[in-house]
Design a protein around this ligand. Structure first.
Ligand code: ADP
Ligand code: ADP
Length: 213
C-alpha cells in the first residue's frame, strides 16, 4: 500500500532521520517505535505531508506519491493527533462534518449522514450534539478518529494514541484499532509503548536516536 524509501531529515544541521525506509501492506498495522526524540513524530509528519523530507521517495499502490498532495482535497492519509486537536467551539458532529463540507465539498446532508454513521460505529451516537469539553479523553480520541475517517483515508496514522489517556483506556484504543483493521483499514501508529505496539502491530519499525547510529 505505502512504501517510503531512504527518507532523510535534519533540523538546523542536526540529522534526525537517516535513510529511513518503511512499507505497510493494505489492511495491516505498522508501528513506529523508539525513544523520545528519536524522530517518530517527524517521520509521521513527513508521511502525512505536514513536514517536508530533505530527500526520499514515496509510493502508494506502486505509484509515486508526493506527501504534499495530502494537503489537498484528495488526502489519502488521515492523521489522529496526540492532543486530538478538536475544535472547541464546534459540536462533535460539526467537528466531523467541517472538513468533508469544506474540503470534499460534500453537501451538509451527506456529510451529516456519514458522520452519524461513523459515530455509531465508534459507539458515540449519543454524543453528536455536545461539545469537546464535555467528553472524556477516550471519547475525544474517538471523535478525532471519527473526524479522520470522515475524509475517507486509505491509510490512518496515529501519533502516540495511548499517551494522553488513562492507562485503563489503552485496551479500548487497541480494540478500536484492531476493529478498523478487521474492516480493512491500513494503519500506521507512532508509539513509545512497546507492549501496545506488540499487541497491535503486524510489523514494527524501530527509529533510533541519531547519536546511536
Ligand atoms: P519523537 O517523536 O521520536 O519524540 P520528534 O520527531 O518529535 O521525536 O523529534 C526528533 C528530534 O527532532 C528532536 O530532537 C526534536 O527536538 C527535533 N525536532 C522536531 N521537530 C523540529 C522542528 N520543527 N524544528 C527543530 N527541531 C525539531
Ligand atoms: P511528540 O513529543 O509528540 O513526539 P513534539 O511535542 O516533540 O512531538 O513535537 C510537536 C511539534 O513541535 C511538532 O510540530 C514538531 O515539529 C515541533 N518541534 C519538536 N521539537 C522541536 C524543536 N526542537 N524546535 C522546534 N519545533 C519542534
Amino acid at each position: 500500500m505505502l512504501e517510503a524509501s531512504k527518507i532523510n531529515k535534519s533540523f538546523n544541521g542536526t540529522q534526525v532521520l537517516t535513510d529511513i525506509s518503511l512499507e505497510v501492506d493494505s489492511g495491516k498495522i505498522l508501528c513506529i517505535v523508539g525513544p523520545s526524540g528519536a524522530g517518530k513524530t517527524t517521520l509521521l509528519r513527513i508521511i502525512t505531508g505536514l513536514e517536508q523530507a530533505d530527500s526520499g521517495s514515496f509510493k502508494i499502490d506502486g505509484q509515486p506519491f508526493d506527501p504534499d498532495s495530502n494537503n489537498t482535497s484528495n488526502a489519502l492519509i488521515g492523521v489522529v493527533f496526540q492532543d486530538f486537536r478538536l475544535f472547541p467551539h464546534l459540536s462533535v458532529l460539526e467537528n466531523i462534518t467541517l472538513a468533508p463540507e469544506l474540503v470534499l465539498k460534500e453537501s451538509r446532508t451527506k456529510a451529516q449522514a456519514k458522520a452519524k454513521d461513523i459515530l455509531s460505529q465508534l459507539d458515540l451516537a449519543d454524543k453528536a450534539d455536545i461539545y469537546p469539553f464535555q467528553l472524556s479523553g477516550g471519547q475525544k480520541q474517538r471523535v478525532a478518529i471519527a473526524r479522520a475517517l470522515a475524509l475517507d483515508p486509505k491509510i490512518l496514522c496515529y501519533d502516540e494514541p495511548t499517551s494522553a489517556l488513562d492507562p485503563g483506556l489503552r485496551q479500548s484504543v487497541e480494540t478500536l484499532i484492531l476493529r478498523l483493521k478487521s474492516q480493512g483499514m491500513t494503519q500506521i501508529v507512532v508509539t513509545h509503548d512497546m507492549t501496545f505496539a506488540q499487541n497491535i502491530a503486524d510489523k514494527i519499525l524501530e527509529v533510533k536516536p541519531a547519536q546511536e547510529l
